[in-house]
Design a protein around this ligand. Structure first.
Ligand code: HMG
Ligand code: MG
Length: 298
């Protein structure tokens, strides 16, 4: 039995673009996000309020936030690493804040320049401020299956991090297969354990598609009643602090799967195809999604 409806979060404008070498002009980003807003998607992570030296591709986050046309049916979120990022995001407008950390010490250090224990108090402040501003807070937890530096990750370790973030006040956790290496048995093991502590409504799956396993992993998650997934139009992107990691699972591929299974998303596939072709043209290289490529030939 699958869920009837799936909430998709489009992360292309954040996770996708942060790993593309090209800087996409602000006005093109805005046009593209507006196209995505018209597709019927529930949520868009429109940018990242991190240090511009770390992610120069998204240094125009504030301008993007100011210029995009807000569709009342879309929930707009953004990535924030600390209070400064949250301040910038609140200034231009967000519905939700996404904080992030890694369960792996090494990956966390490389990604946000702090140990795990140094990260909690920073995130606690962000969660507190965001909740005071009445914002929904999602906690991304990275490298929940495999870490590029530390290898296999124990679900008990993931639980400890999630419990801390939940105690600190996040509304939901997004589990990151940051390097896209997990197979369905790992997803089963993680979800079996997580669902003893949390409800399926609190859990979001965030798969990268490095080994082509993301669709199989989503199907597995559906069987556990997971109703929220992150994806990136065309499969754009990757992780700049995890070498060789490919983009997120392509929104277009996920739609093909879900709609084929009779599961609703509210998204129009042709609009998502147009959004994929638009950004493919701007980055000047072929996007990895097979659905996008085959629909372009139809
Ligand atoms: P730091 O250098 O340790 O920061 O970086 P700091 O607090 O020591 O501050 C240093 C300077 O940065 C100060 O300026 C701050 O004001 C400034 P100075 O006084 O020297 O002039 N600063 C900022 N400026 C703008 N915006 C800010 C900000 N914060 C401080 N928000 C920091 C720490 C976290 C900021 C840095 O490491 C950083 O920006 N990291 C971002 C890394 C990143 O974006 N990674 C990719 C996203 S995570 C991901 O992709 C995984 C995910 O998709 C899930 C998955 O796939 O698993 C979510
Ligand atoms: Mg990611």
């Amino acid at each position: 039995n699958y869920p009837d409806y799936i909430w998709l979060k489009e992360v292309g404008p954040r996770d996708g673009l942060q790993n593309e070498e090209a800087f996409i002009e602000t006005d093109d980003k805005v046009k593209w996000i507006n196209m995505l807003s018209e597709s019927g998607i529930d949520e868009i992570e429109y940018s990242s309020f991190v240090h511009p030296k770390w992610i120069p591709q998204l240094r125009d986050a504030r301008e993007v936030g100011r210029k995009i046309k807000r569709n009342k049916n879309v929930f707009y979120s953004a990535l924030v690493p600390n209070l400064k990022g949250l301040e910038h995001a609140l200034e231009v407008g967000i519905d939700g804040a996404s904080i992030f950390m890694s369960v792996s010490e090494t990956h966390n250090k490389k990604n946000i320049n702090k140990s795990i224990s140094e990260t909690y108090p920073v995130l606690y402040e962000v969660i507190k401020e965001a909740k005071q501003a009445n914002k929904y807070v999602t906690g991304y937890v990275s490298t929940v299956f495999d870490c590029p530096y530390e290898g296999k990750v124990d679900p008990e370790h993931v639980i400890r991090v999630c419990n801390q973030l939940m105690e600190d006040g996040v509304d939901a956790i997004s589990f990151g297969d940051t390097i896209g290496t997990a197979v369905p048995s790992q997803v089963e093991a993680l979800l079996e354990r997580m669902l003893t502590e949390f409800s399926s409504e609190q859990l979001i799956m965030h798969f990268h598609d490095t080994r082509g396993m993301a669709i199989a992993n989503i199907l597995t998650s559906l069987r556990y009643g997971i109703t929220r997934f992150d994806s990136s139009v065309g499969g754009l992107g990757g992780c700049p602090y995890a070498r060789g990691a490919a983009g997120n699972v392509a929104t277009n591929d996920v739609l093909y799967l879900l709609h084929g299974l009779g599961i609703k998303t509210g998204i129009k596939e042709d609009k998502m195809q147009q959004a994929a072709l638009f950004i493919q043209d701007k980055i000047g290289k072929k996007l990895p999604s097979k659905t996008v490529a085959s629909q372009a030939n139809d």
